[in-house]
Design a protein around this ligand. Structure first.
Ligand code: B3K
Ligand code: ZN
Length: 859
């Protein structure tokens, strides 16, 4: 498959200032007539040939300036039209079969309705078009169809006319005044019902808001609508961004490849990021909905008003928008808790990407299939990179930078370089060397040591940026680190400072440091790096109890556990050392469980043990079985040793009544956390408290938490709860997804049998990405299932990739990276993982998506 390179970018030869689309809608047959006003681009190469991309479509007719055209031909999937002048009108008819579109890209049928997904290259599955983000057009859309099947007809912008047609049909016309790239086009038609609201913008315009769902789901839309209103207000206050249409529609669809899509004025969402009520959605679901609604709304400026020149610039909109949604969620809830969650996601999802065969910079240099680059690197590391600029500039100056960016580039397709330049100019920063963060992949490792010289404290820092595929040599990058030196005697520090390490090695002298300092470094995770520093347990215990930066407190606790488990897994601890290590962790943990000053939301974070994938990251080659055993061993030991404290905690929070307030949410979070440890320490106590929590549950958070714990136990209560849950929520697809994923993600010794049975369950659907992920992504992320020494977990994931690829390549390719980690796994398992990849590679008709991921993973 061809490799697309960033350096090969050329401006389009032809522009399309306007497009008119006419849809004759049907689930099984839709006719599309598209009229493009094309104009030669003065900045283009002057070619007489207009290249229009297509994908699995063929033209029914092609006309130029109203006349049947003869000067056209196909070039692979693309349509080439010869044009004599500088401006023409090209009209093309295509015929689509939406119900046959299982890839869920382009126009497809879901649950009896029609919807579209165009990013990145789905518009070319609807009609022929220069399907690239630097071609901006104004869209007029007309659609008609059977009124009973499609009572609601939606597209981007505003509805300008509607009426009745013949034979029970009706039609609607929509016009979007804002020029946009084709990836932001959207259409939805079907039986939908709206939760309606309004928002008055800061300049006094009233915007109509609708959250559209299938009839029956309308009772679960209020949180989504509230989140939208909060997002609109927040973006005005925080970034000065006002909404620019009179209408904003959100539609929930049940078959969707990802979370949601920011189509102009018509966001399309996976139902899981819209529907919520206390009985069916957990607190985490509520938070995710708020975050994703915010994210898609914020794209209206960072993505739509200013879009991307080409797909290599994806992080321009995604990294920035993730940062914006993170700041929004932090403002809506607890800032430190949000920061801890975001860092945890980065470490679980992005660090492994950065150290594996698919590592790429946040602005990639090449791709075969762009869908494979919607990654944690482009999104989450991209957000961290922009966050570093914000940290160095300070909030106010950063805002000057973003204002300048929006001013300069409004209405255009921009580059990451444009963004950096605007921050540089607006915030008054020199980002010359900082640009390396856009071009170099790999998580920088920073070795830190603190010494005393002439009564002064000296911090020595040394950075290495690891080698990544295609990037053998790396340069030193600027790494902003927030540091504080605590006085061990008083437990205080005299102020935080920001040091920027911009060389391979540097020394920072602290003149008035306390006599016996304890270093707190990378506070609030100011840089997305790994700090390497061997530290006495006592220092970490000190920081875990005292640090006034809540993130640093969490970090100290994590480091204490990581240090211990990594040593234990490496076989480096004798019984005495292991028990000393556990005692130190146990004391810190007891303080967390019993500290009356701590709020429960934060307590819930501090109680989490580092993920197995993050522990594996610390080792060049790891034995997943040993990591799992050590981590579970520690969990059971903590559960048994602190049984009384944990039960007291579980009792206390179980008495807190349901509400959506922070205090009650915190209580629910630690309720299940406490139960996890109690069950690890004493299975029988876990089963009885688990079923009690399940039966008493008045909300999904408690019910799901109890079921999660029970699902890992081999006890009759497990079967009771699973059966009850399935019966109680029959017909609710999102909740049934939970039922599947809790079992596939469980630590039960027979989990592989359970996964096999789930895949044969009558409610399993290969055509529905949520359902597929609920079984197989849960299994792929579950070390017990995936890394079973038999290799059956690997086989299962290999099989699902091969079976899913012909149906939905984008979703199939998402499973490849788990197998791609083979080089970092002990030899016996590594060869089984590799064998699965080879088995996939032998398939003759692999999609570009899966082919790229598999060949890079083997390469
Ligand atoms: N921009 C979309 C993602 C599209 C993914 C296409 N494979 C959602 C988002 O990031 O907001
Ligand atoms: Zn996005």
């Amino acid at each position: 498959p061809p490799v697309i390179r960033r350096e090969d970018y050329l401006p389009p030869a032809w522009l399309v200032p306007e497009i008119a689309l006419d849809f004759d809608l049907g689930l099984d047959a839709t006719k599309v007539t598209s009229t493009l006003s094309v104009k030669r681009n003065p900045e283009g190469n002057g070619a007489a040939t207009l290249r229009l991309n297509g994908d699995q479509i063929s033209p029914v007719s092609v006309r130029v300036d109203g006349e049947a055209a003869s000067g056209w031909r196909m070039d692979g999937p693309d349509l080439l039209v010869e044009l004599s002048g500088d401006a023409h009108e090209v009209t093309i008819e295509t015929a689509l079969v939406p119900s046959g579109n299982s890839q869920l890209m382009g126009l497809y049928a879901s649950n009896g309705m029609l919807c579209t997904q165009c990013e990145a290259e789905g518009f070319r599955r609807i009609t022929f078009f220069p399907d690239r983000p630097d071609v901006l057009s104004t869209y007029s859309v007309r659609m008609s169809g059977d009124k009973a099947t499609f009572p609601i007809l939606l597209a981007n912008g505003n509805c300008t006319a509607e009426g009745e047609g013949e034979n029970g049909t009706h039609w609607a016309e929509w016009y979007d005044p804002w020029p946009k790239p084709s990836y932001l086009f959207a259409l939805v038609a079907g039986e939908l019902i709206a939760n309606h609201g309004t928002f008055t913008t800061k300049s006094g315009r009233t915007v109509d808001l609708n959250v559209w769902v299938r009839p029956g789901d309308e009772g679960r839309t209020q949180h989504a609508l509230d989140s939208l209103i909060a997002s609109m207000k927040w973006d005005e206050e925080t970034f000065g961004r006002e909404y620019d249409l009179d209408l904003f529609n959100i539609v929930a669809v049940s078959d969707f490849n990802m979370g949601a899509m920011e189509n102009k004025g018509l966001n399309v969402f996976n139902t899981r990021y819209v529907l919520a009520d206390p009985d069916t959605a957990t607190d985490a679901d509520y938070d995710a909905i708020e975050g994703v609604i915010g994210h898609e709304y914020f794209h209206n400026w960072s993505g739509n008003r200013v879009t991307c020149r080409d797909w290599f610039q994806l992080s321009l909109k995604e990294g920035f928008t993730v940062l914006r949604d993170q700041l929004f969620s932090a403002d809506m809830g607890s800032e430190p808790v949000k920061r801890i969650e975001d860092v945890r996601i980065l470490r679980i999802a992005q660090f492994p990407e950065d150290s594996g065969p698919l590592a790429h910079p946040i602005r990639p240099d090449s791709y075969q299939e762009i869908s494979n680059f919607y990654t944690a690197t482009v999104y989450n590391k991209g957000a961290e990179v922009i966050r570093m600029m914000r940290t160095m500039a300070g909030e106010e100056r950063f805002r000057k930078g973003t204002d300048l960016y929006f001013d300069r580039h409004d209405g255009t397709a921009a580059t990451c370089e444009d963004f950096v330049k605007a921050i540089e100019d607006g915030a008054g920063l020199d980002l010359a060397q900082f640009r390396l963060w856009y071009s170099q992949a790999g998580t920088p490792q920073v070795a830190a040591s603190l010494t005393q010289e002439d009564g002064k404290a000296v911090l020595t820092l040394h950075q290495t940026v690891p080698t990544t595929p295609g990037q053998p040599e790396k340069q030193a990058m600027p790494i902003p680190l927030r540091v504080a030196l605590f006085d061990r005697a008083t437990g205080t520090h005299s102020g935080e400072s920001l040091v920027v390490l911009d060389k391979a090695e540097d020394r920072f002298v602290f003149a008035d440091a306390p006599a016996d300092p304890v270093l707190s470094i990378n506070r609030s995770f100011s840089a997305p790096v790994a700090i390497e520093m061997a530290r006495p347990d006592a220092d970490l215990v000190f920081l875990a109890a005292r640090d006034d930066d809540p993130f640093a407190r969490y970090e100290a606790m994590q480091s204490l556990v990581v240090q211990h488990l990594v040593a234990a897994v490496g076989g480096g601890l004798d019984e005495g050392q292991r028990s000393a290590g556990r005692t130190a962790i146990g004391e810190a943990f007891r303080a967390i469980v019993t500290d009356a000053e701590l709020d429960d939301l934060m307590r819930g974070e501090l109680m989490l043990l580092p993920a197995e994938s993050y522990l594996a990251e610390q080792l060049l080659v790891s034995d997943p079985g040993a990591i799992h055993a050590e981590r579970e061993g520690l969990k059971a030991w903590l559960g048994a040793t602190l049984a009384d404290e944990l039960k007291a905690l579980h009792d206390r929070v179980s008495a807190v009544p349901y509400s959506r307030e922070a205090e009650a949410r915190g209580a629910r979070k630690v309720k299940t956390q406490a139960l996890v440890y109690i069950a690890a320490g004493d299975g029988a106590e876990g089963a009885s408290r688990g079923i009690a929590q399940y039966r008493a549950a008045s909300c999904m958070t408690d019910r799901q938490g109890a079921l999660m714990v029970l699902a890992s136990l081999d006890c009759p209560e497990r079967e009771e709860a699973l059966a009850d849950f399935l019966a109680r929520y029959e017909g609710n697809a999102l909740v049934i997804d939970k039922w599947f994923s809790l079992q596939a993600g469980s630590l039960h010794p027979r989990v592989l049998d359970h996964v096999r049975a789930l895949a044969k369950h009558p409610e399993f659907r290969m055509s529905n990405p949520n359902r597929v992920r609920s079984v197989f992504m849960a299994a792929a992320m579950n070390p017990v299932a995936f890394h079973d020494p038999s290799g059956e977990g690997y086989r299962m994931i290999g099989d699902i990739i091969r079976r899913l690829d012909p149906i939905n390549p984008q979703t199939a390719a998402r499973f490849v990276p788990s197998l791609g980690r083979w080089r970092r796994v002990e030899p016996a398992r590594a060869s089984l993982m590799r064998a699965e990849l080879e088995r996939i590679a032998q398939e003759s008709d692999l999609s570009r998506d899966v082919r790229e991921q598999v060949s890079k993973s083997l390469g």
